[in-house]
Design a protein around this ligand. Structure first.
Ligand code: NDP
Length: 239
């Protein structure tokens, strides 16, 4: 039976590239989405996977999603916690609701997804979890305090969980991308994006596929002795 992967936020951007890459690596892929049903279903059709709606910030929906994957595929080998939202603005202008939305999706969502898959991975005595942080989680971004806090939390959770579940044969690693050319960054506008590309030592923005390559590596047997690590596809923007 083919190994199975669950990619949260797989309908667009980095998550869609990860889903395609893991399918090319031979995994059956469950493509989670929040709102983009058509995109997720088209992608699932393209890669022979399954589209699953669930808001990762809701623990009940996350548990239901993982139960559905297990009913359909009977095993779960890879979890990629990719779903995320950004919020840009001054901290003093941020409402409680804005803060909760970012923390709920970007940090609570990672907790809920890891918690939901672990009983199965522990039963299997193997599994690979890849979380998605951001360079702002490593160095902090002005006007992105909640996002930076959530993404720093993802790195902390990754390291702690790696220690906790390593003895069960499960690895937990993180990818921490730089500026990647997806819808998330479109609000910055072409001028700011060009400037960011110029500031990047490798001279361009990253692509979703650049990040998917890193995820694929962390899910592969080549990474069997890596856990608790942060791999940063950022073109050298932060070193
Ligand atoms: P996009 O905005 O292009 O895509 C976001 C994805 O997350 C969509 O599939 C969306 O689903 C999903 N999503 C959002 N909220 C939820 C939710 N509550 N429950 C389930 N799914 C949800 O973002 P990117 O592809 O650029 O980003 C992917 C990840 O990479 C994020 O965690 C982001 O923080 C991180 N990242 C991105 C960088 C970048 O420069 N782009 C840099 C560093 C990190 P739907 O389509 O259904 O709304």
């Amino acid at each position: 039976m083919a190994k199975t992967a669950l990619v949260t936020g797989g309908s667009r951007g980095i998550g869609a590239a990860v889903a395609r890459r893991l399918a090319a690596d031979g995994y059956q892929v469950a493509v989670n989405y929040a709102a983009s049903r058509e995109k997720a279903e088209a992608l699932a059709g393209e890669i022979g996977g399954m589209a699953l709606q669930a808001d990762v910030s809701d623990p009940v929906q996350v548990k239901g999603m993982v139960d559905t994957v297990l009913e359909k595929f009977c095993q779960l080998d890879i979890l990629v916690c990719n779903a995320g939202v950004a919020w840009q603005g001054l901290l003093q202008d941020m409402t409680d609701g804005d803060w909760r939305r970012v923390m709920g999706t970007d940090l609570d969502g990672v907790f809920y997804c890891c918690r939901a898959v672990l009983p199965q991975m522990i039963r299997q005595k193997q599994g690979k979890i890849v979380t998605v942080s951001s360079m702002w989680g490593q160095v902090g971004g002005a006007c992105e305090a909640a996002y930076s806090a959530a993404k720093a939390g993802v790195i902390g959770l990754t390291k702690a969980l790696a220690k906790e579940v390593g003895p069960s044969g499960i690895t937990v690693n993180c990818v921490s991308p730089g500026v990647i050319d997806t819808e998330m960054n479109q609000a910055l506008g072409p001028q700011a994006l060009d400037q960011l590309a110029e500031e990047t030592p490798l001279g361009r923005l990253g692509s979703a596929e650049d990040v998917a390559e890193c995820v694929s590596f962390l899910c592969s047997p080549a990474a069997d002795f890596l856990t608790g690590q942060v791999l940063a596809p950022n073109g050298g923007l932060i070193i």
